[in-house]
Design a binder for this molecule. Structure first.
Ligand SMILES: [Zn+2]
Length: 424
């Protein structure tokens, strides 16, 4: 691929001009917008040796594959490589014949502790340090300690005047604030409107589990390979239960979660990418780094852990540009399950509840949540904008607790969850 023939989009241009001036940038660009060009151009055209940290092996692998296809001299290091592959990567690094090094946070931490990183920075004059999916440094720090320890590495990078580029499709205001406190970076913030005008958003309050199952069957009845639907569930057990229910109804459903053996997970990802898995019941473990353009529906079976996770997952539908749908199904029991969350998660819960009970355009709510400037007030492609019901005809009456309006409901839910009087 000839990078010089590329017409840059507005966000990409802004990122590159900041980097060119030696300034760090955090960029929030929609999925499919071309985030990787923001570091491939400095690495490949400007010859800035670049280190890219990405959270998952699957993501590192798929990015590496794309870079090699584009003619970028890429090196990859993560724990999933064989001893031989790792040795080869290390030899390439030592030779200096590389442009981009992609690495997991855990290995980078190991390198930092063992002074390998210091050696690399000194010997090869690294010109750019990239954190792909930078929101993970906030969201995943509790169970991936390397995302906390990365703070020390960033300080080192900044001390050496190497610009830092943070990339994400979902960077909420609280996350930006936290990273500003943790990292001494004076960065420019580049944000592009959420876009994805082909993606229809719908939230459906269901009376109970049976109501949800009925709607799910209605939504999946026409899904056939190569089209696909992903159903995101909160637990492994739920993915298994749903898949066996759907299979018993004659639908081609499969399961993906972190508890599967590694070989089975790889098999499932490959089958999905080849278009052989029309319906996948998955936990949040599935999706990052898996780019299948023909996902027609992303269905949330219950509540995601926050709007960041929700938008990351919803954005996996419709990457081909064809019409696609994101549908969130919820019922009272899903709200009660939020009781397990800690008090510090309250802000996230409130945001989800506002989204569920929205009386205004859903995309505009997301835009507000991610603090993105967008002149368009209504997306014209969500259930609120279009005043659309999900099922033809009304099979169930709206639940009784729904009466009294959104505000009452939100307050009531917060009380149920034990958050005092729920006043905002
Ligand atoms: Zn709308």
């Amino acid at each position: 691929m000839e990078f010089s023939n590329f017409i840059l989009r507005p966000g990409q241009e802004e990122v590159l001009s900041n980097l060119r001036g030696g300034k760090s940038v955090f960029a929030c660009l929609p999925t499919g917008y071309g985030k990787s060009l923001c570091y491939e151009i400095p690495a490949h055209l400007w010859k800035w040796k670049t280190i890219v940290i990405a959270p998952l092996k699957a993501l590192l692998d798929s990015q590496y594959q794309l870079m090699v296809e584009r003619g970028v001299m890429a090196v990859i290091i993560h724990s999933g490589l064989s001893a031989n592959e790792r040795k080869k990567s290390m030899q390439t690094l030592e030779s200096g014949e590389w442009e981009i090094l992609s690495i997991s946070p855990e290995l980078l931490e190991h390198w930092w502790k063992n002074k390998i990183l210091e050696h690399l920075l000194r010997k090869h004059k690294v010109g750019l340090f990239v954190l792909d999916e930078v929101h993970c440094a906030v969201e995943w720090k509790k169970f991936r300690s390397s995302y906390l320890l990365i703070d020390g590495i960033i300080k080192e990078i900044i001390a050496q005047k190497i610009p830092v580029l943070g990339l994400s499709a979902t960077l909420e205001a609280a996350a930006i604030m936290e990273l500003k406190e943790r990292w001494p970076i004076n960065f420019s913030l580049v944000q592009i409107p959420l876009g994805r005008s082909n993606l229809y958003l719908h939230v459906k309050a269901c009376e109970n589990r049976n109501h949800k199952l009925l709607i799910l069957l209605f939504l999946l009845k026409n899904i056939q390979s190569p089209k696909a639907a992903i159903i995101y569930c909160a637990s492994r057990e739920e993915t298994e239960l749903l898949a066996s229910f759907l299979t018993s109804c004659g639908l081609p459903a499969c399961v993906f979660h972190a508890g599967l053996p590694e070989i089975r997970k790889m098999e499932r990802v490959q089958q999905f990418l080849n278009g052989y898995l029309p319906i996948l019941c998955a936990t949040t473990a599935f999706g990052m780094g898996v780019h299948y353009p023909f996902v027609e529906k992303v269905i949330h079976w219950g509540l995601p852990s926050g709007l960041t996770e929700y938008w990351q997952q919803a954005g996996r539908a419709g990457r081909s540009g064809d019409a696609a749908e994101s549908i969130l199904l919820w019922s009272r029991s899903d709200i009660l399950s939020l009781r397990a969350l800690k008090v510090e998660e309250q802000g996230k819960i409130r945001a989800i509840l506002r989204y569920l009970l929205a009386k205004k355009c859903r995309k505009s709510l997301l835009t507000e949540y991610f603090c993105i400037q967008d002149e368009q007030e209504n997306c014209g492609n969500c259930d609120v904008c279009l005043k659309r019901e999900l099922l033809p005809g009304k099979l169930f009456s709206e639940p009784v607790w729904w009466e009294g309006g959104a505000q009452y409901a939100e307050k009531n839910f917060l009380n149920l969850l034990g958050f005092g009087d729920g006043s905002a």
